[in-house]
Each structure stands twice: as structure tokens, then as C-alpha cells.
Design a protein around this ligand. Structure first.
Ligand code: C5P
Length: 236
């Protein structure tokens, strides 16, 4: 089955500090998005990469990716994103050709995911799982609160889930195409922060496979420092 990667890259990146949309910020001189596209295009399974860009940056992203072309076996398409990650993914799914049967959804904000992790997710979907998510154990103990407090306020704790049963999930998340499309057509209430969350609402089983430390999400300024250090170590 042909596999496509959809890369939502339309976020503004406010938590990273002021500047260009997050996906266009450089890591060791190369925009984060270019690293993310390469990570997906290198995977054996991937035949098509769909980049979902900030609406105002579609042309800029097209020229950027033309400057850094994928291998000849991989096609590349750029479409405009929406107001939420969920909407952006939906717009990416809307342009997939008929013959795509497996879809990997990968955050541009996880530019350093190793190719082995991408291949493992794709292989698990091809082997028959409708939804596959890379995940790691959590290192911090996690507290549940009733509701977020206003800036600086104290937050009463309502519980402490058993840490050994918690996992932090990453991307690429891999799906049987029909399942993912249905999940976006019947999303239910409230925004889902990942695609697998929508699939769970359909009652379709979701499974986890081992994630990788280097698939971390670049969200805050310190994450940029870490990402550049990982890249520098790879070059050695
Ligand atoms: O905001 P968050 O860190 O969860 O964003 C995850 C990914 O979703 C990022 O790659 C971001 O560019 C993308 N995104 C998007 N469209 C939005 C918001 C976020 O494509 N409206």
C-alpha cells in the first residue's frame, strides 16, 4: 500500500518566543520544517509528503522546499492550514490521491525523529493495526487538577495517576487512511490535541510502539538549544 506523510506546520509557535512561524525557524541554519520533511522522506515507506503551511506562507514554503528537494521517489505538495492542528490535518487529508492507503501524521515541531521510528510506525500499520502511536514513559510525576488557574494562581490537586500507566505520545502517528478520514469527519466535541485521540472516539483500537527521545517536540526556547545540540552530535 502507498504511504503518505502529512506534516501539520501551520502553528504560530508563540511559546517559542517572537519571530517567524515555528516551522520556519532555523535549527543550525536549516528551517525546522526542512528537517521534518527530510525525516519523513527518508523513510522507506513514504511516497508522498503533504506539508500544511501557515496560510500566509504557502508560497514561501513551496520555494523553500524546492530549494531542498526530496529524493526523486518522493512527491511533495504544500497546502494552506487552518486555525487548529486538527483543521490543518484535515486539509492535508483532503488532497491525498486515491491510491494512498496508509497515512503518517507528523508534527513539523518534531524535526529530529529518527528514520527507524518512522519505519516502525509505518510497518505496524501495514501489518494491520488501524492506528499506531510512538510513545515513551513519562519521567515526571503528573498531577491532575480540576481546572487551570488564572496566571500565577495556585491550583488545587485532585489526584495523582499511577505514573507507570502513563505514556507521553509523539509523532509520526500512523493510520489506515479510511480510519483517519472517518475520525476527521466525525470528530466529536472539543479539540483533540492528537489524531489518535479522534480515532479513540470512534472506538477503534489505538496501539503504542516505542518512541524515541530525539522525536521530542520543539515548543519552548530551551528545546531549540537541545535540538541544535542533537544535530551537532549527529554531524560528528
Ligand atoms: O501547538 P502544537 O505544538 O500542538 O502543534 C503541533 C503541530 O501542529 C505543529 O507542527 C504545528 O505547526 C501544527 N499546527 C498546525 N495548524 C495549527 C496549529 C498547529 O498545523 N493551526
Amino acid at each position: 500500500p502507498r504511504t503518505a506523510a502529512v506534516i501539520p506546520a501551520a502553528g504560530s509557535g508563540v511559546r517559542l518566543g517572537p519571530g517567524a512561524p515555528k516551522a520556519l525557524r532555523p535549527l543550525n541554519g536549516t528551517p525546522m520544517l526542512v528537517h521534518a520533511v527530510r525525516a519523513m522522506a527518508r523513510a522507506r515507506a513514504v511516497a508522498l509528503v503533504v506539508v500544511v503551511a501557515p496560510p500566509a506562507e504557502v508560497d514561501a514554503v513551496r520555494s523553500l522546499l524546492d530549494e531542498h528537494p526530496p529524493p526523486p521517489s518522493v512527491d511533495q505538495v504544500v497546502v494552506a492550514g487552518g486555525a487548529t492542528r486538527q483543521e490543518s490535518v484535515k486539509r492535508g487529508l483532503a488532497v491525498l490521491p486515491e491510491d494512498i492507503e496508509v497515512v503518517l501524521v507528523h508534527d513539523a515541531a518534531r524535526p529530529l525523529v529518527p528514520v527507524d521510528t518512522v519505519d516502525a510506525v509505518a510497518a505496524a500499520v501495514r501489518a494491520g493495526a488501524p492506528a499506531v502511536v510512538p510513545a515513551l514513559p513519562v519521567t515526571d510525576t503528573v498531577k491532575q487538577i480540576a481546572a487551570p488557574a488564572a496566571d500565577g494562581g495556585v491550583e488545587p490537586v485532585v489526584g495523582t495517576p499511577d505514573r507507570s500507566l502513563l505514556r507521553a505520545v509523539q509523532t509520526p502517528q500512523g493510520f489506515d487512511r479510511a480510519t483517519l478520514v472517518e475520525a476527521h469527519e466525525r470528530p466529536g466535541d472539543g479539540d483533540a490535541t492528537d489524531c489518535a485521540g479522534l480515532v479513540e472516539r470512534l472506538g477503534v483500537p489505538v496501539v503504542l510502539v516505542p518512541g524515541h527521545e530525539e522525536a521530542f517536540k520543539v515548543t519552548r526556547p530551551l528545546d531549540l538549544v537541545l535540538a541544535e545540540a542533537v544535530l551537532a552530535r549527529r554531524r560528528k
